[in-house]
Ligand binder design. Structure first.
Ligand SMILES: [Fe+2]
Length: 391
């Protein structure tokens, strides 16, 4: 057995933890930049807390998913203000932007210097400046990952800045922060978290550490997601989703993902579709295609047993045969998509004529190589067509 595992140094989880931001900030810096999205009132509360602790604090609103321009602008503001502490507050977009800014402040330069695929791909050689992650949408797990996904709209691609140095110093997860998040965001983000748990548990990069964490999340997420969507005041459901999402970040950072996230990079860069919506629309179709390809390669492929375990957890029927549990899982994912009103990709302007181009771009995405089996172009194309149509 051989593996490497990285995770944030300190995690504070539970109701009321957000109130500790001031006390924690005081020990970490003097001048803070809070990169946020979503609620302005919440960002102002964070600003007041850091100010009450004696720090100077500025706000930067991240609009949409971060682009090279956003990250460079926020970094410029932080340099001008001589910031020594970054707080990322909100959904994955704000947290990834904060993570990238902290890395650029520690390493110098601009986003494209370090971006994979579309940028110069330089390695980060120095630590990020200290940053705190505070998620509110409980989906992307960005608070626990070592990469920031950044869009380069002029190149039609999203790519990462990546490195262990990018892990947050403190992750502060307070389920109460999910109360104000729109149900559509809970649905899309939650499907992203569930997808990340499934993809990292069935990834060919999975290992014993990530397996344990993924199982802990997979026991909770299928039921918690439905409950949190129905009632955002359901404290247990939000707590389970907050935990599942954070765990999905830890597993994806160490085990990799799969074909859903392989598609997510070019789709997110070429169409105005949120990351969670892409993952939600694709997940059932990719699982069905992976299972078919695995079954065709070998009836006893070890990843089939993994899909079966996930199916048993979603169904809570431990006695089911592997084949039944897998079939149940596929059906469960399609039903979950319907229950959460997940839109097909056509709702975001993706059309059949885009399929070949997106398939070619998805091949280059880093997540694709962790898919448990190589799906050929014809299969990827049919998966994408099905996700476009929502069939
Ligand atoms: Fe994701």
């Amino acid at each position: 057995m051989k593996f490497e595992f990285v995770a944030p140094a300190r995690i504070l989880f539970g109701s009321g933890q957000f109130e500790r931001l001031g006390e924690l900030s005081k020990t970490l810096g003097k001048r803070a930049l809070i990169v946020f999205n979503g609620s302005e009132a919440l960002a102002n509360t964070a600003k007041d807390q850091t100010a009450a602790a004696g720090l100077t604090a500025n706000l930067f609103r991240q609009r949409g998913e971060p682009t090279v321009g956003d990250v460079d602008s926020a970094t410029e503001l932080a340099r001008k203000e001589q910031v020594d502490l970054i707080v990322g507050l909100g959904g994955g977009s704000a947290i990834d932007a904060a993570k990238a800014v902290a890395a650029l402040l520690g390493n110098g330069g601009s986003a494209l210097d370090y971006m994979e695929v579309v940028g110069r791909g330089q390695k980060l050689t120095r630590p990020s400046i200290t940053w705190i992650a505070i998620p509110t949408t409980f989906g992307t797990g960005a608070e626990a990952t070592k990469n920031a996904v950044i869009g380069a709209p002029d190149r039609g691609f999203k790519a990462s800045i990546r490195g262990e140095q990018m892990l947050a110093k403190i992750v502060l997860v307070d389920p109460i922060l999910g109360h104000g998040v729109p149900s559509k965001v809970i649905a899309q983000s939650g499907m992203d978290a569930l997808c990340q748990l499934i993809e990292s548990y069935t990834s060919n990069g999975a290992g014993p550490m990530t397996d344990g964490l993924a199982m802990t999340g997979l026991k909770r997420a299928p039921s918690a997601l439905k409950r949190a969507y129905r009632d955002r005041q359901d404290a247990d459901a939000l707590s389970d989703m907050a935990l599942s999402a954070m765990l999905s970040g830890m597993t994806l950072a160490n085990a990799g993902l799969g074909a859903v996230h392989g598609f997510a990079a070019p789709l997110g860069a070429n169409f105005p579709v949120p990351h969670g919506a892409v993952c939600a629309a694709l997940l059932p179709h990719v699982v069905r295609a992976n299972v078919a390809a695995l079954r065709a390669s070998s009836k006893d492929h070890p990843t089939l047993a993994r899909y079966a375990e996930i199916g048993r957890m979603a169904r809570i029927a431990p006695a089911a045969s592997d084949a039944d549990a897998i079939d149940f899982l596929i059906q469960f994912l399609f039903e979950l998509s319907r229950d959460l009103y997940i839109q097909p990709l056509s709702a975001f302007g993706v059309e059949d004529k885009d399929v070949d181009r997106i398939v070619a771009l998805a091949r280059k995405a880093s997540s694709m190589r962790f898919n448990p089996i190589v799906l050929d172009d014809a299969v990827l194309a049919s998966v994408l067509r099905a996700a476009i149509a929502g069939a």
